[in-house]
Write a protein that binds this ligand. Structure first.
Ligand code: NIG
Ligand code: FE
Length: 410
C-alpha cells in the first residue's frame, strides 16, 4: 500500500544518504525540509521532498497541516524487562538514604533480582509488554533491552526469552543485551570468581545456543565488576560474537572506558563521571558515548559532560536507561528535554543524539534514525507546534499526535 503524508510543516532529520552517526560539530546540524511530503510503500520510506514536487494520484493521503514529522526515538539502553517496582527504595532515598546505602543493605539490583526470580515468564512478559507499549506511544520506534535482573542461569534465560517474545510480537526493532554481570548475587559475595565463572561457563553457552542476545554488557563500577572482571567477561563474549555495550563511569572512573574501547565496544553508557583520559580514550574509535540524563535526574548525580564530549569531536547518543531502580521512566521526550535543560545540548544536538546516534548504538543506522529512502517508516507526527524546539522547551507536555511503526499508526 502507498501512503502519502502531505503539508508537513517541517520534516525533520532528513538525510539523502544513509549515514551511520554524527559527531562533534556536525551534531549541531539537523537537516529539515519545510512544507514537505513523505511517501511510504508499505513499511518503507520511498520518497520525500518539498510540497512543490508532491506526487499525484495517490489514494491514501494523510494531511499534516501544522504538524511536523521526525524519525521515532531510538532508545539504545533500557532494562524494560523487570518485575514489580522499587517504590519503597524511592521513598527511602527521599528520607535520606543513598542509592549506594540501599544497595549495601540488600536492596537495589538484588532486590529486583529476587522479585524477578519469583515471577513466572508469562507474568514477566505481561508487565514488560505494558511498558513497551507505553514507550512506543511516547515515540520510541527502536529499543535495546538488557537482561541482568535474573543473576541465575534460569532467571537470566527467562529475561532473554521474554525479550525474544517481545521482538516476535511487536513490530519495532528490538535488540537484546546479556547483562549477567550486573551485580554479584548475595551467595557469591565472597566468591566473585565463582559468579564470573558461572557467567562464562554456564550462562554464555546457553544464551548462544538459543541465540538470545546480540550484545554483552557489564556494570564496570567500584563495588560491582572491576576492570579485570569486565575484561574477562567481554573477552568471553567475543567467542560467541557478542558485541560489547558497557555500563561505565556512573559513579567513579576506574578504566571502564579504556577496557570497553580495547574490546571495540559499540557503546559506553552512563559517563556521568569523566576525566580527560576517558575522553581521550574515545577519540579515533568506533565506540558511541551514551548519556542517560533521566538517571542523573532521578538519582541526583552529575549529568554526563555532553559539551566536553562533543567539543572533543566525539559523537553522543541519548537513551532512557528505563529500569526500576535508577530510572523508572522510558520517556525519550523527557530525555531530550533534560539533555537540553541540564546538559546544555541544543535541540538540534539532542534530536541527533536521540535518533541517528541512538540507532548507531544498536547497530541499526541502516534501518532507522533518520528520514531516508529505504529506511523503515517509523516516525512521529507531532501535534500542531510552532517549531521543533517545542519538544524540549515544553518539557513535560506530550506533543505527539501519532506514532507510525512500519508505515502504520499504532
Ligand atoms: O543503568 N547502573 C546499573 N544498572 C542500572 C540500574 C540498576 C538498578 O538500580 O536497578 C542503571 O542505572
Ligand atoms: Fe542501565
Amino acid at each position: 500500500m502507498t501512503t502519502l503524508l502531505i503539508n508537513i510543516k517541517e520534516l525533520i532529520q532528513v538525510r539523502e544518504a544513509s549515514i551511520k552517526k554524527v559527531s562533534g560539530k556536525e551534531m549541531s546540524i539537523l537537516p529539515t525540509i519545510k512544507n514537505a511530503f513523505l511517501l511510504l510503500e508499505n513499511d518503507t520510506i520511498i520518497d520525500f521532498g518539498s510540497m512543490d514536487d508532491v506526487p499525484s494520484s495517490i489514494d491514501n493521503i494523510i494531511d499534516c497541516t501544522g504538524k511536523m514529522i521526525l524519525p521515532t526515538w531510538c532508545d539504545s539502553h533500557t532494562h524494560i524487562v523487570y518485575a514489580g517496582n522499587r517504590e519503597q527504595e524511592f521513598v527511602d532515598r527521599i528520607n535520606g538514604l543513598t542509592y549506594e546505602e540501599i544497595a549495601n543493605n540488600g536492596g537495589g539490583i538484588l532486590n529486583s533480582a529476587k522479585k524477578l526470580q519469583e515471577t513466572s515468564e508469562e507474568e514477566l512478559y505481561k508487565q514488560s509488554a505494558v511498558r513497551l507499549e507505553e514507550v512506543m506511544k511516547l515515540g520510541t520506534g527502536a529499543v535495546e533491552i538488557k537482561s541482568g535482573y535474573g543473576l541465575t542461569v534460569d532467571a537470566e534465560l527467562k529475561m532473554l526469552r521474554v525479550i525474544k517474545k517481545l521482538r516476535e510480537n511487536y513490530k519495532l526493532p528490538i535488540k537484546a543485551t546479556f547483562l549477567g554481570a550486573h551485580a554479584f548475587p548475595a551467595e557469591y559475595k565472597n566468591n566473585k570468581e565463582g559468579y564470573i565463572n558461572l557467567i562464562i561457563n554456564e550462562m554464555l553457552p546457553k544464551i548462544a545456543e538459543e541465540n538470545l542476545a546480540e550484545f554483552i554488557d557489564a556494570f564496570c563500577e567500584t563495588g560491582y565488576f572491576s576492570v579485570e572482571d569486565t575484561d574477562r567477561i567481554l573477552e568471553a563474549g567475543k567467542k560467541y560474537e557478542l558485541t560489547p555495550k558497557v555500563h561505565v563511569n556512573q559513579f567513579t572512573t576506574i578504566g571502564g572506558v579504556q577496557v570497553s574501547v580495547k574490546h571495540n565496544a559499540l557503546s559506553v553508557d552512563h559517563l556521568e563521571v569523566m576525566n580527560t583520559e576517558d575522553i581521550e580514550a574515545l577519540k579515533g574509535t568506533q565506540t558511541m558515548p551514551v548519556a542517560l540524563p533521566s538517571c542523573s535526574y532521578f538519582l541526583s548525580i552529575p549529568f554526563t559532560p555532553a559539551r566536553e564530549i562533543m567539543n572533543a569531536g566525539l559523537p553522543l547518543a541519548l537513551a532512557t536507561d528505563f529500569n526500576p531502580g535508577s530510572t523508572p521512566s522510558g520517556n525519550m521526550n523527557f530525555v531530550v528535554a533534560t539533555a537540553c535543560i541540564k546538559m546544555k545540548m541544543t535541540p538540534e544536538e539532542a534530536i541527533n543524539a536521540a535518533t541517528i546516534n541512538g540507532a548507531y548504538a544498536m547497530n541499526l543506522s541502516d534501518e532507522v534514525g533518520s528520514i531516508t529512502k529505504g529506511k523503515k517508516a517509523n516516525f512521529i507526527v507531532t501535534k500542531e507546534i510552532l517549531s521543533y524546539g517545542a519538544i524540549p522547551y515544553n518539557f513535560g507536555s506530550v506533543l505527539i499526535d501519532s506514532v507510525f511503526i512500519n508505515g502504520k499508526a499504532i
